[in-house]
Design a binder for this molecule. Structure first.
Ligand code: AKG
Ligand code: FE2
Length: 291
């Protein structure tokens, strides 16, 4: 989302006359900041005018379109060690990625735990829904999508064990986690590219962010080996993570400034053979209060 700010024409004309009489752009910017124009705004004003003059394109007229500040990632919240002691289990960090801030994890759950999660979830699965952009209502996605369900946080002893394990991994309070979401993709099913952070363009999302803060971390645990396809893909980086039982993809997309990282755009590529089960954990800035 870009920002429109006022850019009075007399200021624009003053910049033009200074550039045309040979002043260097940094000096023009400095003169503006000496007159109490914020540095970022002053640079945007001068560079926009300069580019328009060079390209012979229309000059700004009364306002300026400013690009949003680029996302600046905080240091990854995962420890630097290759193995993280998480209570009853040691999670392995198999690979790290810098943009988006991410890691492939191993040994996150045992085969037995994965099987138990699937058994508990199966009778409660419902067709996955998407938000209809026109109405803001939840609608059932088409037949190519998954089915899913939500557990409550620490709903059973098994879920409590897993919720606490991931809290130890991230160093954030267990209460910041939303309850696990289980997704089941049949052959042919996948998901469209999306962000996990909440865009406050509908009331429900805006209220949720007010209550619990933004979502800042996702951990998708693979609960089975997929025979072909079903990778988690990050289209902006070209990265595809192969689902393998017990592994997980961990990624961060919120910094302490409240920015969100568009490089966290991701999707599930369609399952080509077999099926795919995952458990997703979303973690908030603060304690998660569902409503
Ligand atoms: O199934 C996957 O690989 C990704 C799941 C996902 O994007 C989500 O649960 O938000
Ligand atoms: Fe997602």
């Amino acid at each position: 989302m870009s920002l429109t700010v006022p850019f009075p024409n007399p200021v624009r004309d003053w910049i033009i006359s200074n550039l045309q009489r040979g002043c260097a752009a940094p000096d023009v910017v400095r003169e503006l900041t000496n007159n109490n124009v914020a540095e970022e705004l002053a640079s945007a004003m001068v560079s926009t005018v300069m580019q328009a003059l060079i390209a012979g394109s229309p000059l700004p007229d009364g306002q300026l379109l400013m690009a949003p500040p680029a996302y600046l990632a905080d240091p990854c919240r995962l420890p630097a060690s290759p193995v993280v002691a998480c209570g009853d289990r040691e999670i392995r960090i198999l690979s790290r990625m810098s943009r988006p801030t991410a890691a492939v994890l191993g040994n996150v759950v045992s085969a037995r735990e994965a099987e138990q999660l699937i058994e508990l979830a199966a009778p409660r699965l419902r067709p996955s829904t998407v938000v209809d952009p026109a109405t803001g209502m939840d609608v059932v996605a088409d037949h190519r999508s998954s089915e899913g369900m939500f557990f409550r946080l620490m709903e059973t002893p098994l879920l409590e064990k897993l919720d606490r394990r991931l809290a130890m991994l991230t160093g954030l309070p267990v209460e910041n986690g939303e309850g696990f979401q289980i997704l089941h993709y049949r052959t042919g099913a996948g998901s469209a590219p999306h962000y996990d952070y909440l865009t406050p363009n509908n009331i429900a999302n805006a209220e949720s962010v007010t209550r619990s803060g933004q979502r800042i971390i996702t951990i998708v645990i693979y609960l089975n080996d997929v025979m072909a396809g079903g990778e988690t893909v990050f289209p902006d980086t070209g990265w595809a993570i192969t689902p393998q039982l017990g592994n997980a993809i961990y990624f961060e997309y919120g910094n302490r400034e409240g920015q969100t990282d568009p490089a966290s755009l991701h999707a599930s590529s369609p399952v080509l053979k077999g099926e795919k089960w995952v458990a997703t954990k979303w973690i908030r800035e603060r304690r998660f209060i569902s409503r």
